[in-house]
Write a protein that binds this ligand. Sequence first.
Ligand code: NAD
Ligand code: TYD
Length: 356
Amino acid sequence: MTILVTGGAGFIGSNFVLDWLAASDEAVVNLDKLTYAGNPENLASLRDDARHVFVKGDIGDYALVLDLLTRHRVRAVVNFAAESHVDRSIHGPEDFIQTNILGSFRLLEAVRCYWNGLDDAEKNAFRLLHVSTDEVYGSLAKTDPPFAESNQYQPNSPYSASKAASDHLVRAYHHTYGLPVLTTNCSNNYGPYHFPEKLIPLCIQNALSGKPLPIYGDGQQIRDWLYVKDHCSAIRRVLEAGRVGEVYNVGGWNEKANLEVVHTLCAILDELQPRADGKSYAEQITYVTDRPGHDRRYAIDAGKLERELGWKPAESFETGIRKTVQWYLRHQDWVNNVLSGDYQSWLDKNYANRHG
Ligand code: NAD
Ligand code: TYD
């Protein structure tokens, strides 16, 4: 038996592939375009592992996807592949439309064609799990209840709008063609292999390099943080036992304001790797111009997943964030390798006009 994972060289996808092969002998075909966010180094431990087949390619390449599905007799697809950074979607939405909407559409078409050719038993057992985000639900006010699966879609950024479009296509392929799909909408992840353009790894790295820790606006925006390995366990559980056609929200019950997250990072770094001058890393916190259209609060009600499938996160924010800081301290070589020329030009583009 084999599963096809798309985007498996990115942050969550590579954690998923590593965890999958640590827990089972079922082979993984890993299709990834290796954009700036895809990093084969994340999968270095699988270099000699015959259960992992890496293919560099695009989910929008219908012929390639159909060939992989057919040749490997794939029984399930887990779709992580996407452009994933909100700030990049503000500077340049085109790639988000290409991959998240058109790419997902072509992937669905290839899967539909393959699935139609399976025998009845294989058809019934087949699954396509689409990995999505809580950002499709829009922004919450302070006292609103957390997002349930029944919440209206109100995406506010080009990123979340493109993910919302892909979610709608996945839903439509179930209702129209009977494709056995599952969708998960997860809150903000953090943990190993997180690309250092996102808040948590960016602040760890900037702290260690003596650079400013950029807080957008007043820093009181709230995100619901989930340790990446808990997201991976939720996806495995939904793939195994989720009801076909259903949506499952995934979250960590960990609502934190950005400023609190950054202060927590600073306190852990102060303890594990104190600054040479004895001052706190918190001195590096700098308020910068806010993100346009910045969503104020995300919060996930993961009750359905717990009630129906018995899933709960294993990590609290306190345990997960400490593991994450420790991972970055031990993997400075990984970080230095991703801080390429491209990454530097992104920092110039995103931060040059945000005056502190
Ligand atoms: P990421 O940007 O780290 O990784 C995305 C991966 O997809 C990269 O390896 C990239 O090379 C690959 N990719 C991009 N375009 C591709 C294409 N056209 N064809 C094949 N591969 C392509 O993203 P991530 O944070 O790991 O997120 C993975 C998925 O989870 C995304 O769909 C994202 O929307 C969703 N998600 C992320 C979070 C989060 O906090 N990071 C939360 C909820 C949901
Ligand atoms: P991010 O990690 O980009 O995830 P998302 O936008 O998908 O939630 O950002 C998390 C929060 O941190 C978000 O409210 C924006 C904020 N943020 C900053 O304050 N400074 C930064 O430099 C970055 C990258 C994000």
